[in-house]
Design a binder for this molecule. Structure first.
Ligand code: MLT
Length: 399
C-alpha cells in the first residue's frame, strides 16, 4: 500500500519544531545559560479573571446532574448559543452582521485553515503570499494542491496586491500579517475582494491578530468590505486575542452567501464538521463566551496593551540600532532585516550563541523572508527588555 507522498514535498519538520529542537540542543550543551525565547508567538499573560470565573462556573455546572453537559448542540455544530451570540456581538461592533448558522466554533485557527481545503477540488490552485505562516503552505502541499506564491517585500510594504494576470482559486490572506506584522487597509482589501469575484475564487482570511489593530482605516474583518461575504471565509482565534494558546478555541465564519460551483460552502462546512469534529469543550466555550463582554474586553485589553508595550520596547531597540523593521504597531510581531546582510539562520545561530536569545528566522516563512528575522512581543516585559539589552550589546560588539 502507498502512503501520501505529498508529505515528502514539505520540510521534514515544522518551522517552530526546528527552532525548538535547535534551542533544546543549545540548552543541553549550555545548561547554565539563561535562554530567552521570543520565537513562537506564544502568550505569557494569564487568562483574564472574567474568563477564569466563567470557566469555574462551567466546571461547577458539570458537577450537577441538572446543569451537566454532554455533546454540544448539534444544530450549530456543537457551538453553544452564548458563545455564538457573543461572537455575533463582537462583529456587530465592527458593522458586520452575521447569522447564527454562519458561525462555527473551532479549536483555534490553525486546524480550520487546513481543514477548510476539504471543501475544494484537489486541482484548485492556492495563491499564498511569501513570506507566510508556514501552516498554509504545508496544508496545501500535503493535500497535493498546486501552490503559487505572491511576493511580499519591502517594495510593497509586505502587503502584496492582486495581479490580474495570475489566476488562483484559493487566496490566503492574513492581516495583521504573520510573520511581517503589516496590515491591509479596507481599501486594499477591497481590491482583493474584487479580484476574488472576477476569478470565482475564495479568500481564506486569517484574522487571528485583528485585536491588535488600533487604526480605524485598517480592516478588522474582511466583511467590512462590501461583497466579501460572497467570496471569503474568515478564520479567527482566541489564542492571541485572549491568551487561549493553551486552552484552544476559535471561530470560523462561512457566510451563507458563499456559493461556488452551485453549492453552498456553508452547508458543506456544516456537513464536514458534523462528521469530523465533536466540538470544543463546554468549559472552554463558557470561558470564551465572556471574552467579548464589557468586562472581558476591558481585561483582555490590558493584556493586549502589555504586549503592545513589549512591541514598542523591541521597536525602540531597532530604532536605536538603526535596523530596518516593520510590524509591531498593529501586531505582536517585529520583522526586521538581519544586520550586516546576514542570512536568517546564520543570524539565528549567532543570536542564540552570543546573546542567548531565540527568534524566528525569516527564511522559515518563505524565500522572501531570507535575510529577515522575527521577534514576538508575547514574552514577559522583563524578558523583552533583557533580550533587547543583549541584542544591543551583541550588535555593538560586532561593529
Ligand atoms: C507563530 O509564532 O507564528 C504562531 O504562534 C504560530 C501559531 O499561531 O500557530
Amino acid at each position: 500500500m502507498k502512503v501520501n507522498h505529498h508529505y515528502f514535498e514539505i520540510q521534514d519538520s515544522y518551522l517552530f519544531a526546528t527552532v525548538g529542537k535547535k534551542t533544546a540542543e543549545y540548552k543541553k550543551a549550555h545548561p547554565d545559560k539563561d535562554v530567552i525565547r521570543l520565537s513562537i508567538g506564544d502568550v505569557t499573560r494569564p487568562l483574564a479573571p472574567a474568563v477564569i470565573e466563567a470557566m469555574h462556573r462551567a466546571v461547577d455546572d458539570m458537577s450537577r446532574k441538572e446543569t451537566f453537559h454532554g455533546y454540544g448542540p448539534d444544530q450549530t455544530c456543537y457551538g453553544y448559543g452564548a458563545l455564538i451570540e457573543s461572537i455575533k456581538g463582537s462583529y456587530a461592533k465592527k458593522g458586520v452582521f452575521l447569522e447564527t448558522e454562519e458561525v462555527f466554533i473551532s479549536d483555534g485557527a490553525k486546524s480550520d485553515l487546513g481543514n477548510i481545503l476539504e471543501l475544494f477540488a484537489e486541482d484548485t490552485v492556492a495563491l499564498i503570499p511569501d513570506p507566510v505562516y508556514p501552516a498554509y503552505v504545508d496544508a496545501n502541499v500535503m493535500s497535493g494542491r498546486k501552490v503559487i506564491y505572491q511576493d511580499a517585500n519591502e517594495g510593497n510594504g509586505f502587503l502584496p496586491m492582486p495581479d490580474e494576470s495570475v489566476h488562483a482559486d484559493l487566496i490566503y490572506l492574513c492581516s495583521p500579517n504573520n510573520p511581517t506584522g503589516a496590515a491591509y487597509s479596507k481599501e486594499q482589501l477591497k481590491a482583493w475582494v474584487e479580484y476574488a469575484k472576477r476569478h470565482d475564487a475564495v479568500i481564506l482570511y486569517d484574522a487571528a491578530y485583528e485585536y491588535f489593530i488600533r487604526d480605524e482605516s485598517l480592516a478588522r474583518s474582511i466583511y467590512q468590505v462590501e461583497g466579501a461575504k460572497e467570496c471569503a471565509v474568515e478564520i479567527c482565534s482566541y489564542s492571541k486575542t485572549a491568551g487561549f494558546t493553551g486552552v484552544r478555541c476559535g471561530y470560523t465564519i462561512v457566510p451563507q452567501a458563499l456559493v461556488r460551483d452551485g453549492h453552498s460552502l456553508n452547508k458543506m462546512w456544516a456537513r464536514r464538521q458534523s462528521t469530523k469534529f465533536n466540538g470544543v469543550s463546554y468549559i472552554t466555550q463558557m470561558g470564551a463566551a465572556v471574552v467579548f463582554s464589557e468586562e472581558g474586553e476591558k481585561q483582555i485589553g490590558e493584556n493586549l496593551n502589555y504586549y503592545r508595550n513589549n512591541a514598542k520596547i523591541i521597536a525602540d531597540c531597532m530604532d536605536r540600532l538603526g535596523i530596518w523593521y516593520t510590524g509591531g504597531k498593529h501586531s505582536p510581531y517585529i520583522w526586521f532585516k538581519c544586520p550586516g546582510g546576514m542570512d536568517s539562520w546564520t543570524f539565528f545561530d549567532l543570536l542564540l550563541e552570543n546573546a542567548n536569545v531565540v527568534g524566528t528566522p525569516g527564511s522559515g516563512f518563505g524565500k522572501n523572508g531570507e535575510g529577515y528575522f522575527r521577534l514576538t512581543a508575547f514574552g514577559t516585559e522583563e524578558n523583552t527588555r533583557e533580550a533587547c539589552r543583549r541584542l544591543e550589546a551583541f550588535l555593538s560588539s560586532m561593529k
